[in-house]
Design a protein around this ligand. Structure first.
Ligand code: PLP
Length: 384
């Protein structure tokens, strides 16, 4: 067995693939791919310049993510936005694009730029309105899905949308950042590609920026590889090493964070200072049924709205002692952010707080949230 790779062993579960894929193998091989700190390589080998060819560290990460997503080819990028932009950059002037009306703010910006500069015809659809999505697919050049959505936590019927896009011969790309391949494998459902901000759950420690595209479509792989090489958005070797190191514990981290999120969502929904919780694992949530049907679990992201106004929500956040007010998500530590404060996010309810639930003890998280929410904030106090 010394020379067999995990990729050769049929039927491995995702938890095993996360641990085993992308490792060097053979007698004397290190168990972890080395950090190959080289921009250039002596001529005549497989790769000569790491902007286009990557390094062993990069290829190991790509092999592992491709195995987890069940895809032919993964390409790692310098950030999630670099990966996302590589896909949108392929669209011609006048292209017709279907996107969620609550897409991640970076995607919304890229799409608005394309609309203004290149005359893209953009259809922005409510994530959960499956009929609208199915009606919009025919004649489109790109269907972009994000589920669950950031930060509204809407759930899309990813299987139905991917199947319809495939039947219509339309490229369909799923941003799988929130779900991760553990909860949703878009390529199995017919998507052309699955895209990640690997900065989030795949890396999992808030210590790097990375992005990945996984696809079974050789033409798309070639095209985004070209964009990566000539856009110069190749992932750094150290970032690739760290992302792969983080990936090893993804199932453990996500399992714990999801269990924490379930508990917190249920308690927050009963809290007198909370007016609304959105979490696809919460019975009664608009996304509950779809999530149960389309995802292997509801994940570890949730949002809550609080009594009062934006200022009082900010005051509550400032009272947190353990949970950090920080953007980004998907790490071992719990973070919170009032998303409507960001430019271009005016459609988000003013008091909505996005909570990225981490791996701490759930009772410590609850104690912190409870004390921060309980401090009475009247509107007059908030307006001072
Ligand atoms: N997609 C989603 C769902 C995100 O939340 C983010 C970042 O927050 C991105 C893409 C962009 O990734 P990055 O920040 O790694 O460029």
């Amino acid at each position: 067995m010394t020379n067999s790779t995990p990729e050769d062993v049929p039927g491995l579960r995702l938890e095993t693939i996360a641990v085993a894929a992308g490792r060097p193998h053979g007698p004397g091989a290190p168990l972890n791919p080395p950090i190959v700190a080289a921009s250039t390589f002596e001529a005549g080998g497989a790769g000569e310049y790491s902007r286009g060819d990557g390094t062993d560290s990069v290829r190991a990460l790509e092999a592992a993510v491709a195995a987890l997503e069940g895809g032919e080819r993964a390409l790692a990028f310098a950030s999630g936005m670099a990966a996302i932009s590589a896909v949108f950059d392929l669209l011609d002037p006048g292209a017709r694009v279907v996107v969620p009306d609550d897409s991640y703010q970076g995607v919304a910006t890229v799409v608005a730029d394309g609309e203004r500069r290149l005359g893209w015809e953009v259809m922005r659809l409510p994530t959960a309105d499956t009929d609208a999505w199915l009606a919009a697919i025919e004649g489109s050049d790109l269907v972009w899905v994000e589920s669950p959505s950031n930060p509204m936590m809407e759930v899309a019927d990813v299987p139905a949308i991917c199947a319809a896009a495939r039947a219509a011969g339309v490229r369909c790309v799923v941003d799988n950042t929130f779900a991760t391949p553990l909860l949703q494998r878009p390529l199995d459902l017919g998507a052309t590609a699955s895209v990640h901000s690997a900065t989030k759950y795949l890396g999992g420690h808030s210590d790097l920026l990375a992005g990945v595209i996984v696809t079974d479509d050789p033409a798309l792989a070639l095209a985004v590889d070209h964009r990566r090489t000539y856009g110069g958005a190749t992932i750094g070797t150290l970032e690739a090493f760290l992302t792969l190191r983080g990936l090893r514990t993804l199932p453990l981290r996500l399992g714990r964070a999801q269990a924490n999120a379930r508990t917190l969502a249920a308690r927050l929904a009963e809290h007198r200072a909370v007016t609304r919780v959105r979490y696809p694992g919460l019975e009664g949530d608009p996304g509950f049924d779809l999530a149960r049907r389309t995802l292997a679990g509801p994940g570890a992201m949730l949002s809550l709205e609080t009594v009062g106004n934006a200022r009082s929500a900010d005051i509550r956040v400032s009272r947190l002692r353990l949970i950090r007010a920080a953007t980004s998500l998907g790490a071992v530590e719990t973070t919170i952010e009032r998303r409507a404060k960001l430019v271009g996010q005016e459609h988000i309810p003013p008091t909505l707080l996005r909570l990225s639930v981490g791996c701490e003890h759930v009772e410590d998280l609850w104690a912190d949230l409870d004390q921060a929410l309980n401090g009475l904030v009247s509107d007059s106090e908030a307006e001072r």
